[in-house]
Write a protein that binds this ligand. Structure first.
Ligand code: FAD
Length: 394
């Protein structure tokens, strides 16, 4: 087998973008994923304005035509802002500034577009390749990944490995770089519905005392519905072994909420309910010798802000640039990647953690809803911040 400069594990947004950037830099890149594409991924399916801006910049850097950004715009639905509701009927609708928008499209489609872009850039892609852990050299440096194929353990070696294998990253946990956060223990339950009344061009976030429900319109008259709940440890264990009836949980979240119940009166669930959790991932460092991390593998706060894709896309670019730097100079890239991520992400992480704490507190949610009922300024500001609007202004 030809020797590989960089092995990227995980062909979600972080991995595909990292592979695209590396291949464009002339490196030999192999991108592996355990799934076969196109594949479903539980997500709110909203590409916020900041994420779209990252894709635009990648297109501008080196443009095969049509670029991934062109294809996303062509196949997705324009999202012009957000509607946020709270308990007691508080409702704030906030549009992004003129010229700024997001896009809604299923992750099945988005991730296939990004994978195509990585292939077009020259990355070698292998699907249905499950990675079971890192391979170390004699000095304790990550030198590749162990591949579990039909019971046998094969190795794929590379000068640098990028872990973009998502929240439950095998590589990050084996190197003790990340773990499920002890608190909060939130779980997500998501499905697609048709015939939901009252959909607009805005994403929706319905925050309640016991969690929240995201609703996003999608092409073809379908709506993405994600219910997020904090589960106690017994409930979480049941959810982990699929003992919880996820379809019932989603139905109860809708039926128990009068404004949503009315809008879903004629709605039909058109996909199985996917379950994911616990959601929060704490990360100590974004890598170690020979290993760099990108996307959810490098930490995840909460889906409520709908900006995980921006962290993933931009995190993929930063990991790729760090790898290019190490291969050119020989200087270890992990610390450079840590600094770059702190520079770009830390202000937003702080806001996201504060919001995560707020929606975890019944009292906090109640107080915020009362303020929003008389003054919508803070919510409008947070919609712009969550959408990474500043990065996307024309
Ligand atoms: C309920 C919910 C709603 C969300 N809504 C939004 C939203 O609307 N907008 C937004 O921007 N973000 C949203 N997010 C966050 C977003 O989904 C993630 O941040 C994003 O998917 C991270 O991308 P990634 O490439 O890091 O990981 P992933 O998208 O998880 O991709 C990881 C890839 O690695 C592969 N993989 C995993 N393990 C292995 C292995 N052992 N071997 C080989 N391959 C492996 C997987 O098959 C997968 O293809 C949401 C998240 C949740 C949970």
């Amino acid at each position: 087998m030809t020797s590989i400069d960089v092995l990227v594990v995980g062909a979600g947004p972080a991995g595909s973008v990292a592979a695209m950037v590396l291949a464009r830099a002339g490196l030999r890149v192999r991108l592996v994923d355990r799934a076969r594409f196109p594949r479903h991924k539980l997500c709110g399916d909203t590409i916020n304005p900041g994420s779209l801006a990252v894709l635009d910049r990648l297109a501008a850097a080196d443009a095969p035509v049509p670029s991934a950004a062109d294809r996303v715009r062509r196949h997705g639905l324009v999202i012009t802002g957000m509607t946020v509701t709270g308990p007691g009927g508080a409702t704030v609708t906030a549009d992004y500034p003129a010229g700024v928008n997001g896009i809604a499209m299923t992750r099945r489609d988005l991730d296939a577009v990004l994978l195509d872009a990585a292939i077009a850039a020259g990355a070698i892609v292998d699907e249905q390749v499950p990675v079971s852990g890192p391979v170390f050299d004699g000095n304790g440096r990550v030198a590749g990944a162990q591949i579990g194929v039909r019971g046998s353990d094969l190795e794929l070696r590379a000068r640098i490995v990028i872990a973009a294998d998502g929240r439950a990253s095998k590589l990050a946990s084996a190197c003790r770089l990340s773990r499920f956060a002890p608190r909060p223990r939130r779980w997500a339950f998501g499905a697609y519905f048709s015939d939901v009344a009252g959909l607009t061009s805005r994403g929706e976030m319905h925050i309640r005392a016991n969690g929240y429900v995201g609703v996003a319109p999608l092409p073809g008259g379908i709506a993405n519905v994600c219910v997020v709940r904090e589960l106690d440890s017994a409930e979480a264990r049941r959810a982990a072994v699929r003992g919880t009836d996820p379809a019932r949980l989603v139905r109860e979240a809708i039926d128990g909420d009068p404004p949503l119940r009315e809008r879903f009166r004629l709605a039909r669930q058109v996909s199985p309910v996917a379950t994911l959790g616990p959601l929060a991932i704490d990360s100590r460092r974004p890598g170690c010798a020979g290993l760099l991390m990108a996307g959810d593998a490098a930490g995840f706060v909460d889906p409520m802000t709908g900006d995980g894709l921006r962290f993933a896309l931009r995190g993929g670019v930063l990991a790729a640039e760090a790898a290019i730097g190490e291969l050119a100079t020989g200087a270890p890239a992990c610390e450079a990647l840590r600094r770059a991520r702190v520079r770009e992400f830390s202000a937003k992480w702080r806001i996201n953690r504060a919001l995560r704490m707020l929606v975890g507190s019944r009292r906090g949610v109640g107080a915020a809803a009362r303020v929003a009922a008389v003054w919508d300024g803070p919510v409008r500001y947070l919609v712009a911040v969550a959408g990474d609007v500043a990065l996307a202004r024309p």
